[in-house]
Design a protein around this ligand. Structure first.
Ligand SMILES: Nc1ncnc2c1ncn2[C@@H]1O[C@H](COP(=O)(O)OP(=O)(O)OP(=O)(O)O)[C@@H](O)[C@H]1O
Ligand SMILES: [Cu+]
Ligand SMILES: [Mg+2]
Length: 804
């Protein structure tokens, strides 16, 4: 560790192009607490800072980013090996944070991984690995694909080694306990017990001592320290009593031996770990299930019509793939021939198979039913939706919930505090009951160390989050971070977008009116809409199917209004009435008349115009999703306010609101106004969930406390939103809120049990009840209780999985 010298850290800068920028950054750094000196080198595009603590770097980097300049860093999720306990997580975390160049490090004990952000010019993964190794842990540094496999193999191997060790330890411990309880009067009882307990404590339990030693070298301590001290004290004390029984006899006392206690502690803690590992494996079963959905081989149809079975890595984009009845679909793509029903429940949570025909999208991991079809591969490997979901769920399961911060703080000081209490108990016993107090004080010392368990505390939050996020994924609710999962239960206002959220988002042109029908104009309209990403544009494109496109230039999307482009030197617009009004475009009476009729029939009206006058008006209908009304009712029934915001016109909005039972809505809102509306609700103290599907919703999504995107919507909305409902069924919103409630309740129960257990267990172990009723906790029982506490926390989290 380099805590002694003042470290110089070079922070690379991006966007610092002028003397002026350099000055701003330098001034910004001047305000960061803890920086000893700083200078900005414009030519080298970097800032040099010195500080006696590396933690300052994180503040410096965020200060630079706050000023609008970027610091190129690398973010990685690296598996951590050999962590046994939540306080190990804290040790690894602070070790990494102290390495020059590490900007941030967050260790998650449940997923046994660390999320690091670092400056690649200062440190690399090998450097971090070395630091972590020095305190007795390790980082698994591998290529991303191999990582999952290797990690799985390592876990498997460790698990079976642990199983063997526990079994042997238990086999030896059972006779030991029998002797200790019933046969203390046989000859050489003490010596026999010494012989039996030695392999258990010193061989099967050697890792506790080794790890405690490694920790001690860095002046830190973790659960292993507690176990090593507790069991080691009992063992050494017993050895002493066996060798020098006269020491106590001469003082008129009996030197009892505690060999069985020393061994039982080790055995129980090994057993507890074994059960914990097993349960922890179950909490991540959702991920394993998702990974298992990927088939290993694919039937590709070659250009000459030959069928060839390839392994999944060898499939390329644009390959034609044959899907036979009952087969799993291997990659994402679009159906080119044939049709069939496909079970997409694993992705969307929707149990009913979906009909797939020509030009429909199919997804990796879904299962074909009875038909057969061919499709063209469009996304392969890590690009498929399945791969993205897996990545997202993994990251989310590793993210920290806000409550975790407090728990981490407590876990960090837990071990030293416990050792303090243990010493205090020992000293008190001697002071209060003299010579006799020494033996009992020593036992109280060992018992306190053994019963105190920081792991239950450390497991309380992450295991519940893992199960909650995994369960969400199974229901087709993708949750990107723990914060959203924790927050969702507080939501009391839901803002819904109309098109694509309440409605199907599959608009169809139902009517159209041209003053002068002209093929070239139609082609122009078609060409503009063809370039637009808006769902309404798709309807127009479909309407003109078969028409050929014509050359346009300078296409520009006007969010909330429509689009424009140029052709033959003049400008053309496709969009809403607002757009035409803003451009001062004339609209003939015949158009206006039809527009009124159509919007009263709750249809969306869009226009096509040149710079002077309207050329055509179209009516587009978009059906309300069959599930929307029920979902809106369900939300209202739980006391949540429901609002609708839409960029569409007033009459259409009113009609949709009426049909779905929404009383509060606003029409013709621009994207910024959607965000402003959310902000306004927040200002009234509400926790707001925004639900949307389009680019026009993304600012509002970013503003909301909980952001929910529709899986069938635009990629941008899904990128911004912290939750995605893959099936786009609004009924999943109350379900997500319910899931959040259950998860938070589980976390609370877990924390309660973890705390109460220590709050009661430690004083009793110290002997607080002894003056009252003569009760002294047996160190063996303490070992069992300690093992049980983390098992019960993990089991409670698993219960969440089965809750409805
Ligand atoms: N490519 C386009 N072609 C024609 N009209 C468009 C196009 N893009 C937008 N518009 C017009 O602008 C209006 C507002 O669009 P916006 O994307 O803000 O909301 P929306 O998708 O209609 O509704 P919601 O906000 O409920 O999703 C649309 O109703 C439509 O009239
Ligand atoms: Cu523990
Ligand atoms: Mg929309």
């Amino acid at each position: 560790m380099t805590t002694d010298a003042f470290n110089e850290i070079a922070i690379p800068l991006e966007g610092v192009e002028s003397e002026h920028c350099a000055l701003i950054v330098d001034k910004g750094l001047g305000k960061v607490h803890g920086i000893a000196s700083h200078k900005v080198e414009l030519n080298n595009r970097r800032a040099l800072i010195t500080a006696d603590e590396n933690e300052v770097v994180s503040n410096a980097v965020s200060a630079i980013r706050d000023l609008g300049y970027d610091v190129p860093t690398i973010k990685k999720n690296i598996p951590v090996l050999d962590m046994t306990c939540a306080s190990c997580a804290i040790s690894v975390e602070s070790m990494l944070k102290s390495q020059p160049g590490v900007v941030a490090a967050a260790v998650n004990f449940a997923t046994t991984s660390v999320a690091v952000e670092y400056l690649p010019n200062m440190i690399d993964t090998a450097g971090m690995q070395k630091a972590v190794q020095s305190i007795g842990y390790d980082l698994l540094i591998e290529s991303a694909e191999k990582e999952a496999e290797t990690l799985e193999a390592i876990h498997q191997q460790k698990f079976s080694a642990l199983k063997k060790k526990t079994l042997w330890a238990a086999l030896i411990t059972v006779p030991l306990v029998l002797i200790g309880m019933f046969f203390m009067d046989i000859p050489y009882a003490n010596e026999i017990m010494w012989v039996l307990s030695t392999p258990v404590v010193l061989y099967f339990g050697k890792d506790f001592f080794i790890n405690a030693w490694k920790q001690a070298r860095h002046r830190s301590a973790n659960m292993d320290t507690l176990v090593a001290l507790g069991s080691g004290t009992a063992y050494l004390f017993s050895v002493f009593n066996t060798l020098f029984p006269s020491f106590w006899h001469s003082r008129g006392l009996h030197g009892h031996v505690y060999f069985e206690a020393a061994a039982v502690i080790v055995t129980f803690i090994l057993l507890g770990k074994l059960l914990e590992e097993k349960a922890k494996g179950n909490t991540s079963s959702a991920i394993k299930k998702l990974m298992g959905l990927q088939p290993q081989t694919v039937t590709v149809i070659k250009a000459d019509g030959r069928e060839e079975v390839l392994s999944i890595e060898n499939v390329n984009k644009n390959d034609t793939i044959l899907v036979k009845p009952g087969e799993k679909i291997a990659v994402d793509g679009m159906v080119t021939a044939g049709s069939s029903y496909v079970d997409e429940s694993m992705l969307s949570g929707e149990p009913v198979p979906v009909l797939k025909k020509e030009s429909d999208a199919v997804f990796a991991g879904t299962i074909n039913q009875k038909g057969s079809f061919r499709f063209r591969a469009e996304k392969v490997g890590s690009e498929t939706m399945l791969a993205q979901i897996i990545r997202m769920v993994q990251e989310a399961q590793g993210s920290k919930a806000p409550v975790q911060k407090l728990v981490d703080k407590i876990a960090g000081i837990f071990v030293p505090v416990v050792i303090g209490i243990a010493i205090l108990a020992f000293v008190s016993w001697i002071v209060l009951s003299g010579d006799n107090g020494f033996t009992q004080g020593l036992i109280a010392f060992a018992t306190v160390l053994v019963i105190a368990c920081p792991c239950a505390l450390g497991l309380a939050t992450p295991t519940a989050i893992m199960v909650g996020i995994g369960k969400g994924a199974e229901k087709g609710i993708l949750i990107k971070d723990a914060v959203s999962l924790e927050l969702a239960k507080k939501v009391n206002a839901v803002v819904l977008d109309k098109t694509g959220t309440i409605t199907e988002g599959k608009p169809v042109v139902t009517d159209s009116y041209w003053e002068n029908e002209d093929l070239h104009l139609k082609q122009l309209f078609f060409s503009i809409e063809k370039q637009s990403e808006h769902p309404l544009a798709e309807a127009v494109v479909k309407h003109f199917e078969g028409l050929s496109a014509t050359a346009i230039t300078g296409f520009e999307s006007l969010t909330g209004r429509g689009a424009r482009a140029q052709a033959n030197g003049s400008v053309y617009y496709a969009g809403n009435r607002r757009l035409l009004d803003e451009k001062g475009i004339r609209i003939g009476e015949a158009f206006l008349e039809r527009a009124r009729q159509w919007s009263d029939a709750s249809k969306t009206v869009i226009w096509f115009a040149d710079a002077q006058e309207a050329l055509a008006v179209f009516a587009i209908a978009d059906q309300i999703k069959s599930t929307s009304m029920q979902a809106i009712q369900a939300l209202k029934q739980t006391g949540i306010e429901v609002y609708m915001l839409t960029g569409d016109n007033e009459a259409t909005a009113a009609a949709i609101a009426r049909q779905t039972g929404i009383t509060a809505y606003q029409a013709e809102v621009l994207p910024e106004q959607k965000a402003a509306f959310v902000k306004q609700l927040q200002a009234q103290g509400k926790t707001v969930a925004m639900v949307g599907d389009g680019i026009n919703d993304s600012t509002a999504l970013a503003q909301a406390d909980v952001s929910i995107a529709m899986g069938k919507g635009s990629d941008i909305a899904m990128d911004v939103a912290k939750m995605t409902i893959i099936s786009s069924d609004l009924n999943k919103i109350p379900e997500a809120i319910q899931l959040s409630r259950q998860t938070v309740a589980t976390i609370r129960q877990n924390l309660f049990w973890a705390f109460i257990y220590n709050v009661i267990g430690i004083p009793v172990a110290a002997g607080i009840l002894y003056p009252v009723n003569g009760f002294l906790l047996n160190p063996m029982i303490a070992g069992a209780a300690m093992a049980l506490s983390s098992v019960s926390v993990v089991t409670n989290s698993l219960r969440l999985k089965w809750k409805r």
